[in-house]
Design a protein around this ligand. Structure first.
Ligand code: FPP
Length: 253
């Protein structure tokens, strides 16, 4: 990113915004799709779309802070994304460091806590260290939690959770009788987090792509054809508006 997009200008404070409407989703998860098409539509290499996608991340994190969203979970890199050409994988996996190098001070100033889900250990050192550093530096913040899903795949997460749970049963740390959904959830990467209230997917596709399969059981879904680099505050507010109209019944009437 050549130029820093101001995260907050000096006069704006969280209190000066007027986005405190009721029924704002606490946890919003986003599948940020359409970067490649955005670039192709302009005759540019796919990676230009990813770079522009990072600018959209900056915009949306800023809006999420304004709206007092509690958790924003962004699907940045899936376990399936390794199938892409090496140069593209390398480019995407450098984006978290680029983002955090520029914006970590702003994120800290705005009380944002960085978290990560996914198989972080098997990421390149530059990605892992940048993310770990941000997690450590923001650990005590209690504003927006920005969760970056990196090398994340939901089936892999569930399978691993099951293995750890079975090990605990075998070691008598857990009995099958006391096993319930809540206890199982503690073995997932999202342990301790609320489940998403709203899932947004940009880019026109209507699928989950192995994202948070367990956690999205009762989530409201919102899809848009807008490609991720074009996703704006206006679109985000539109998703929130529609969410507010919905009645969540969790299987009841
Ligand atoms: C999907 O679009 C997008 C990705 C696989 C990468 C998204 C990553 C970012 C926007 C950066 C994230 C960084 C942080 C710090 C959260 P696509 O390439 O599949 O688009 P296409 O469907 O048009 O080909």
């Amino acid at each position: 990113m050549s130029m820093k997009i101001p995260f907050f200008n000096n006069k704006q404070t969280k209190e000066s915004f007027h986005y405190t409407e009721d029924n704002t989703p606490d946890h919003i998860a986003i599948i940020m799709d359409g970067n490649g098409r955005w670039a192709r539509n302009r005759g540019m290499p796919r990676v230009v779309g990813h770079k522009e996608g990072l600018s959209a991340v900056v915009k949306i994190v800023k809006v999420a802070v304004k709206c007092k969203v509690k958790v924003l979970t962004l699907y940045a890199f899936s376990t399936e994304n390794w199938k892409r050409p090496n140069a593209e994988v390398d480019f995407i996996l450098r984006l978290p460091k680029e983002f955090l190098t520029i914006y970590l001070p702003d994120l800290i100033a705005n009380n944002v806590r960085i978290e990560a889900i996914g198989d972080i250990e098997n990421l390149p050192t530059y990605t892992r260290e940048a993310v770990q550093h941000a997690i450590d530096r923001t650990r005590d913040n209690d504003g927006l939690q920005m969760t970056i899903a990196l090398n994340y795949g939901s089936r892999h997460e569930i399978l691993n959770a099951m293995k750890k749970m079975i090990a605990d049963v075998n070691e008598a740390k857990l009995s099958l009788d006391e096993l319930d959904e809540q206890r199982f959830s503690r073995y997932l990467h999202t342990a301790g987090m609320t489940e998403p209230d709203l899932l947004i997917r940009t880019g026109g596709e209507k699928r989950l792509s192995n994202f948070l399969l367990w956690q999205l059981a009762y989530t409201e879904f919102w899809f848009t054809d807008v490609l991720w680099p074009d996703f704006s505050e206006k679109e985000f507010m539109h998703a929130l508006e529609e969410y507010r109209q919905r009645k969540r019944r969790y299987g009841g009437i």
